[in-house]
Design a protein around this ligand. Structure first.
Ligand code: FEO
Length: 163
């Protein structure tokens, strides 16, 4: 059975993943509002993926005999100035989440909780991908700046995201 401190920290991460989903969905709405439907699609899929992360942790806590507590989700803004501002934020946010996951691994290791350390390895790997994908898009968004045809092409590319 999962110990109290690890269970509480995983609960907090469930909340953080739901917050990520909420934040990314607000970005999707803002991008839709700007007529960037492809980027809005990418961001909506990203929000859905964050909810999958949250539910993966939720299921693990229950399977491990812990208790899930769902807290308030922090409010988020719907004011994003540009596509570039959105992707700057996504990359910075993913770096922050990586730090949270590594903190959880350290905690589980300190508690000698081998099952949770093993469970978290999926998230460690996932964060490498999350950072890589968001940095790649950010690099392109920086190159494009306010160039209309460039934005059009990036929007079209990101509209291809299926999952
Ligand atoms: Fe759940 Fe994008 O990290």
């Amino acid at each position: 059975m999962i110990n109290k401190s690890v269970g509480e920290a995983l609960n907090a991460q469930t909340n953080a993943e739901m917050y990520s989903a909420y934040r990314y969905l607000s970005m999707s709405a803002s991008l839709s509002d700007k007529g960037l439907s492809g980027m809005a699609n990418w961001m909506r899929k990203q929000a859905e993926e964050e909810m999958e992360h949250a539910m993966k942790i939720y299921d693990y806590v229950i399977e491990s005999g812990g208790r899930v507590s769902l807290f308030d989700i922090e409010a988020t803004t719907d004011q994003w100035d540009s596509a570039l501002a959105v992707f700057e934020h996504v990359y910075a946010h993913e770096q922050k989440v990586t730090g949270m996951i590594h903190g959880l691994v350290d905690l589980a290791s300190g508690e000698k909780d081998h099952a949770t350390q093993n469970f978290l390895q999926w998230f460690v790997k996932e964060q490498v991908e999350e950072e890589d994908h968001s940095r790649e898009i950010l690099d392109k968004a920086r190159l494009i700046g306010n160039n209309g045809p460039g934005l059009f092409l990036l929007d079209r590319d990101l509209g291809q995201r299926g999952i």
